[in-house]
Structures are given as structure tokens and as C-alpha cells.
Design a protein around this ligand. Structure first.
Ligand SMILES: [Zn+2]
Length: 132
């Protein structure tokens, strides 16, 4: 996910993913959580809290965002991109496990296909013998 900085006067009813909304007037910013959980994260932007910098490559938000009570996502927004921090959420752990399972399934699929090819080859070989 990448974020584009959009300066607004009032927060929109619909917070689009991939947009970091910033209101100078309210000293607040809002964006949808980078993990894809759909949670809208609103953060105060001032000297004591978050700082927003609009660079040539994209928007940077400091310090890191931790969505602990919702999904445990923890990341920086740097140059418009998401830099994940080490702590993994339960869903990231689950996603990691799902990826691992998918890899394992693909491996077994390949073995099954391989066995099928050998089977076909043998069948062809034997039918060839039979024909002779
Ligand atoms: Zn999230």
C-alpha cells in the first residue's frame, strides 16, 4: 500500500485506502490502516504528536503508527510507502501461515501432477508395447 497526501478542510465521510488526509485546521490526519483491516486511524498532528512531511518522493509520517487495539499493525509511512515494523499482528502471523500452507499445497500438487505424467507416459509405453 502506498499513501498519497491530500490536504483537506473537512474529513470526508469515506476515507479512501491509500490516502493520507491531513487537515491543518483540525491538526489531524486520517488514513486507513496499512494492513488492510479497514480501520480508519486518526492521529493528531502537532509538535507533541505526529509530524507530516511532504517530500518529493511522497508523504512521510513520524513517528510510527501502532494500531494495537484493532489489528496490532505497526509501521512507518515513509516517502509514501509503508515500512513494516517487526511486531507481527495475529493476522500477519495467520497470513504467514496461510502462505506457508499454500506453498506446501503447491508442492504436493506438483508431486501429484508429476505422478500423473509418469502414469500417462507408462500407459503410453505399455499401449505401445501392446500394439507391437
Ligand atoms: Zn490494520
Amino acid at each position: 500500500m502506498r499513501y498519497e497526501l491530500i490536504e483537506i478542510e473537512r474529513f470526508p465521510a469515506q476515507v479512501e485506502p491509500g490516502v493520507l488526509y491531513y487537515s491543518q485546521e483540525f491538526k489531524m490526519c486520517a488514513h486507513r490502516c496499512a494492513c488492510g483491516c479497514g480501520d480508519v486511524i486518526q492521529l493528531p498532528v502537532d509538535n507533541q504528536n505526529y509530524r507530516i512531511a511532504a517530500g518529493a518522493k511522497g508523504v512521510t509520517l513520524r513517528p510510527s503508527i501502532g494500531n494495537w487495539n484493532i489489528c496490532d499493525a505497526h509501521y512507518y509511512i515513509t516517502d509514501g510507502g509503508v515500512e513494516w515494523m517487526p511486531k507481527w499482528s495475529a493476522e500477519q502471523v495467520a497470513a504467514g501461515r496461510a502462505a506457508e500452507d499454500a506453498r506446501r499445497e503447491r508442492f504436493f500438487d506438483r508431486k501429484v501432477i508429476w505422478r500423473k505424467y509418469i502414469g500417462m507416459w507408462l500407459a503410453r509405453l505399455f499401449s505401445g508395447f501392446r500394439r507391437r
